[in-house]
Design a protein around this ligand. Sequence first.
Ligand code: ADP
Ligand code: MG
Length: 626
Amino acid sequence: MAKKQFQAEAQRLLDLMVNSIYTHKEIFLRELISNASDAIDKIYYKALTDENIEFNKDDYYIKVIPDRQKRTLTVEDTGIGMTKEELEENLGTIAKSGSLAFKQEHEIKDGYDIIGQFGVGFYSAFMVAKKVTVISKALGSDEAYKWEAEGADGYTIEPCTKEKVGTEVILHLKENTEDEFYDDYLNEYRLRAIIKKYSDFIRYPIKMKVTKTRLKEGSDKEIETYVEEEIINSMVPIWRKNKNELKKEDYENFYREKHFGFDKPLTYLHINAEGTISYRAILYIPESIPFAFYTKDYEKGLELYANGVLIMSKCPDLLPDYFSFVKGLVDSEDLSLNISREMLQHDRQLQYIAKNIKNRIKKELEQLLHNEREKYEKFFQNFGRQLKYGVYMDYGQHKEDLQDLLLFYSSKEKKLVTLEEYVSRMPAEQKYIYYAAGESVERISKLPQTERIADLGYEILYFTDDIDEFAIRMLHTYKGKEFRPVAGSDLGLEAKEEKAEKVETDKEQEEIFRKMKAVLGDKVKEVKASQRLKSHPVCLATEGDLTIEMEKVLKKLPHNLQVKAEKILEINTGHQVFTALKNAFAHDEEKFKLYTELLYNQALLIEGLPVEDPVALTEMICRVMV
Ligand code: ADP
Ligand code: MG
């Protein structure tokens, strides 16, 4: 019989499949099953408008039939079937078919990658089969046809007999090689696993004969095997079920089943969105930090289904980075099955869904924050850093979304508070939101720089995460209130207050500070009388945008930025130590230098900064002692 030629593009794609070294060849079954399911859908939709067709759900199914003797795997359906013309049109060309995506991008040089990125449809059968036979009878037709192809050099079509309307796709498997054991695709367990993995939620039953064992009749020991047809897929996925049919345990089981985590979800969301774009989603916020979460190996993403068929197991474009801890899946009827990863990024539908999902997660977190504070704090302990990172990222464009989800430890409340809570408690005359950064709550609470602000009765937010200050810098203001570090050069206190408390700096003092600055050289930018100290003799303040905590963080980064905060040494002129300093200034130059160095080193220690020369420091202390 004369062979017909494939259309050039089809031939190219087919060649690619035949010679494929792609490792996930198993997806061919997903493609064939989804074609079968589409074919049944077509009858179903026809029946909706054509009263001559009756759609009786039980008559429609997909069968997967492995035959070890013949080394064939057949996928049979009772769908709409194909006429002779349709067989030629659909299987001989890449026209309107789902491999359209491939057609559009078929200039791509390296074919190997394409398979992972596209649903390559029917031709993927040639990854595992040396010959493919399609027997089909179309709805409303009396004739059946057999289409057959061995590789890319052409196909044949001839009439044949087939009783029922529908299609059988018969794969004659390739010979086993050292690298590839094609007999795997005849193995019941393997087939079941593949069907479960990719096609569990196909709406029609996928039937397969499976071998089972039972006790022989009349015996209580002897076991016999028998074969029974079973429906392999569960058909109705949990996300298609009604929320009120489901219990918390159902969601928790599903979380484990899907290997989203070994923990329990802290909370979950079941979305059934209908509108411009319909989709369903189940989303989880894990109770504990996922494995490798704060490393670059961690991959965010949600499972993505197009009408029940898994098309991507981790679609990153569905989640913003700051919600990368969210696990779950999305299923939409409005997505096409054959969609490439690059295309997904630009896919309008997908972007719409992603935006929707982001808002839902945000809302869920807000609800948690307001109604289940303890739970939210647990969440924030694990993932707060990610949210703060989100504020900082992308030039702060997500800050509006995230600012109300942030928590910081409060000097007053002695617990985590929101920015809103802070601002709502601010006394009328307080202009700024004050914060202090440091290693831990304990250390910050002992920082001398906090004294003055605390004394005025103002609340101070404690920043203990590296990212905190950077995130806040990005926020800049909250509800019109600017953030100010308590160690900053300008506390922005009310002018009248400032005046009243202002310590008169006399000539002598000025002399002393100038001399101290000369002793310390470049280490500090200035020495001056402190407005913020009460009981402590000394502290460091900073001028400009960079604070000491930020300097510490930046120093830790791999590129080791040599940036330095502009430090100001502040002296408490009301402290006894200052009297000692004054005496030394008048009578003993050596002592004056010693005291100056000691005070500077004390200030460094208080900040948690390394002292430049620890040995010299201990010697200085000894000198004071003896
Ligand atoms: P897609 O399914 O995305 O259109 P495929 O390459 O998988 O692309 O299939 C090409 C076409 O072949 C389908 O659009 C369909 O018209 C036809 N086809 C494939 N398998 C079947 C089947 N089992 N029953 C009916 N038609 C089928
Ligand atoms: Mg298809």
